[in-house]
Write a protein that binds this ligand. Structure first.
Ligand code: NAP
Length: 318
C-alpha cells in the first residue's frame, strides 16, 4: 500500500533534533512529514527522552525552567504552525537503495527525496518496575540535567564505566555524598577517571552490589541493594539515584543500510549531518555520544534541515 505522492523530506523521530529539523524544513516550504514514534514505547515515544524528565533548567530561553514534556509540545506546535505533518506511528522498515527513498509503517509505504534520521538514543536502565514510577522524581539518567536538584543530598550512581565516574564526580559539586554502586570490584572506567574519583572525599564505593529496588511512592526515599557475592540485601538511605550503565542509539532500523560505529551510533561526515547515503541526513543523539543535550540535538536538527534543503535544491529541484 502506498501513501500518496513523493515528499521532499521525511523526518524519522521527534525529539529536539527531529522537531527542530521539522520547524526549519517546514519554514523552507518543504512540507515535512514527521513520523514521530509510538506513545506506548519507552524508546520510540514522541518527543524523545525529554518526555521522561520533569523540570529542564538548562534549555536557553526559559529563565524559570520548563517541564520536559511542555518543552516538546512547544517544539511540536511550532513545527505544526508552519505546516509540518505528523504521523504517530513507528517506522518498521526503510529502503534507501532506490530513489525516491522508501519508509514503511507496517504495510504502508511513504516515499521521499530526502530523509532526516533523528531516532535518538535511550539510556540503558536497570529493568526494575519502580524505575517507570520514579524517573524524574529522584531517579535520573543525566547528571548535567538534574544534578542541581540534589544540592545537599546523599545520592547514588550506578555503574562502573567512564559515564558513571564522570557523573559521580560532577555530582559532588552539589551532593554531600555520592555512592558509586558497581556490580564488580573493579571499574571499567579509564585510569585517570578512576584516580580522580578515588581522590574525591565525597565519593564512596559500594563494590559487588546491584540495585534491586527503588524505594518511595512519589519520590526516591532509598534503594535496596543486593550483594553479587552472597546475595545479602541491604538498604541505602539515598534521595537520588543516577543510572549510568550506558546508552543505546535507536539504530536497529538502519543496520546494513547506514554506516554506524560498532556501538551503533550513526556516522556523519564531520561538520555536517551527511550520512554515507547521499540525501539521508542524521542529527541528534543517534549520531552523538559525546554531548547528548537537548540544545545540541536541536542545533544538529537545524543543521540537518539546512543540509537537506540545500541538497534538495542541488539534486532534485534544480
Ligand atoms: P560502559 O563503558 O559500557 O560502562 C557501563 C558500566 O555499567 C559498566 O561498568 C557495567 O558493568 C555497568 N553495567 C552495565 N549494565 C549493568 C546493569 N544492568 N547493572 C549494573 N551495572 C551495569 O558505558 P559508559 O560508561 O556509558 O561509556 C560508554 C563509552 O563512552 C565508553 O567507551 C566510555 O569510555 C565513553 N565515555 C567517555 C567519557 C570520557 O572520556 N569523558 C565519559 C563517558 C563515556 P561491568 O563493568 O561489570 O560490565
Amino acid at each position: 500500500m502506498s501513501s500518496d505522492s513523493v515528499r521532499n523530506v521525511i523526518i524519522v523521530g521527534s525529539g529536539p533534533a527531529g522537531l527542530t529539523a521539522a520547524i526549519y524544513t517546514a519554514r523552507a516550504n518543504l512540507a515535512p512529514l514527521v513520523i514521530e514514534g509510538e506513545p506506548s514505547s519507552t524508546s520510540d515515544q514522541p518527543g524523545g527522552q525529554l518526555m521522561l524528565t520533569t523540570e529542564v533548567e538548562n534549555f536557553p530561553g526559559f529563565p524559570e525552567g520548563v517541564m520536559g514534556p511542555d518543552l516538546m509540545m512547544n517544539f511540536r506546535s511550532q513545527a505544526q504552525r508552519f505546516g509540518a505533518e505528523f504521523l504517530t506511528e513507528k517506522v518498521t522498515r526503510v529502503d534507501f537503495d532506490s530513489r525516491p527513498f522508501r519508509v514503511y509503517v507496517r504495510d504502508t509505504e511513504y516515499q521521499a527525496h530526502s530523509i532526516i534520521v533523528s531516532t535518538g538514543a535511550r539510556s540503558l536502565m536497570l529493568g526494575l518496575e519502580s524505575e517507570q514510577r520514579l524517573i524524574g522524581h529522584g531517579l535520573s539518567t543525566c547528571a548535567t540535567c538534574d544534578g542541581f536538584f540534589f544540592r545537599g543530598h546523599e545520592i547514588a550512581v550506578v555503574g562502573g564505566g567512564d559515564s558513571a565516574i564522570e557523573e559521580a564526580t560532577f555530582l559532588t559539586k552539589f551532593a554531600d555524598k555520592v555512592t558509586i554502586i558497581h556490580r564488580r570490584d573493579e571499574l571499567r572506567a579509564s585510569k585517570i577517571m578512576q584516580d580522580r574519583a578515588f581522590a574525591n572525599p565525597k565519593i564512596e564505593f559500594l563494590w559487588n552490589h546491584t540495585v534491586t529496588e527503588l524505594l518511595g511512592d512519589t519520590k526516591v526515599e532509598g534503594i535496596q541493594v543486593t550483594s553479587t557475592i552472597d546475595g545479602t540485601v541491604s538498604t541505602l538511605p539515598v534521595t537520588g539515584v543516577f543510572v549510568a550503565i550506558g546508552h543505546q542509539p535507536n539504530t536497529d532500523l538502519f543496520k546494513g543500510v547506514l554506516d554506524m560505529e560498532d556501538s551503533g551510533y550513526l556516522i556523519t561526515q564531520p561538520g555536517s549531518t551527511y550520512t554515507n547515503v547521499d540525501g539521508v541526513f542524521a542529527c541528534g543523539d543517534v549520531q552523538d555520544h559525546t554531548y547528548r543535550q537537548a540544545i545540541t540535538a536541536a542545533g544538529s536538527g537545524c543543521m540537518a534541515a539546512i543540509d537537506a534543503e540545500r541538497w534538495l535544491e542541488a539534486n532534485v529541484h534544480s
